[in-house]
Ligand binder design. Structure first.
Ligand SMILES: C[S@@+](CC[C@H](N)C(=O)[O-])C[C@H]1O[C@@H](n2cnc3c(N)ncnc32)[C@H](O)[C@@H]1O
Length: 272
């Protein structure tokens, strides 16, 4: 089969997906694909191509097929044990960077790090030390690998822990960043198949109202945030924003909500 036929074939998949899968399987750049349209695909590549196209048709996200996702201008390795980093998480990072004010001496925590996308970008952009925590050992392995490939491994530490459970007392941070699971049980039922059937439930399911993890995190905050420290939480709705605002106020933190580009409540910022 020629490259031209592989791109034109397969019903039910977008051209973008077909070209991306072809590039991945045959190890080609986009330019090489379009300048070699009449080249024959080897039998071995053809077999791998058919397998990957079938996986995509069954709903497997492209990022899990190619094993990578671009995020904040860096390439992150991903597999089915980590959430695929989302564009909306860049809003949390942009606000965190504004609040760091170019200082390199901050100790930053990425709680629920998954692929390490938040932590690695913070280390790269600020030069500060970052601790990444996840309850999933597999996620910690992926995050560590990403930190090395992005060149910030020397600034980062990785801890497999259920929130602060494995931390010594009195370890505290200048900034806590968290994109913990916040999908409600009702929302879970309506998630796209690509997400619900392939991404780890542990990374998405926040309990009945989506706030199980954030409630526990806020309760365990005393002693974990320096007096003028910042906490930034990614959230999914106006209702969640109101609930968490009240909890942060009770914990003595000033706070405000930042909306995303679709004008949806996306990040809650608390300040000590
Ligand atoms: C929504 S994903 C976010 C991943 C990554 N921070 C990102 O933004 O792409 C939530 C992450 O929290 C982790 N997690 C879930 N429960 C946890 C817990 N009790 N303690 C620590 N991490 C937890 C999951 O394993 C998952 O990697």
């Amino acid at each position: 089969m020629k490259i031209r036929q592989a791109i034109a074939g397969q019903t039910g998949l977008s051209r973008t997906d077909r070209v991306a899968i072809l590039r991945y399987v045959c190890n080609l750049t986009t330019e090489q694909v379009y300048t070699n349209l009449d080249a024959e695909i080897s039998d071995r590549d053809l077999e791998a191509l058919e397998r990957a196209l079938n996986e995509r048709m069954s709903g497997k996200p492209l990022a899990y097929i190619t094993g990578k996702r671009e995020f904040f201008s860096e390439t992150f390795a991903v597999n089915e044990s980590v959430l695929i980093p989302r564009p909306e998480t860049e809003i949390l990072i942009e606000e965190a960077l504004r609040r760091v004010h170019g200082r390199k001496d901050r100790l930053i925590l990425d709680m629920g790090c998954g692929s390490g996308a938040i932590g690695a970008i913070m280390a790269k952009e600020t030069g500060s030390r970052v601790v990444c925590v996840d309850i999933s050992y597999e996620a910690i392995r992926v995050a560590r690998k990403n930190a090395e490939s992005i060149g910030v491994g020397h600034l980062m530490e990785f801890i497999c822990s259920d929130l602060f459970e494995s931390f010594k007392p009195h370890v505290c941070f200048d900034m806590i960043l968290a994109n913990l699971p916040y999908v409600t049980h009702e929302e879970w039922k309506g998630l796209m198949r690509d997400v619900r059937d392939f991404e780890p439930r542990l990374a998405l399911d926040g309990g009945e109202d989506g706030l199980d993890l954030y409630r526990r995190l806020i309760v365990s905050l005393p002693g974990r945030l320096t007096p003028a420290g910042d906490i930034l939480l990614e959230i999914g709705s106006a209702w969640q924003a109101r609930q968490l605002k009240a909890m942060l106020e009770e914990a003595g933190l000033d706070n405000r909500v930042i909306n995303d580009y679709a004008n949806k409540e996306r990040v809650l910022v608390g300040h000590g």
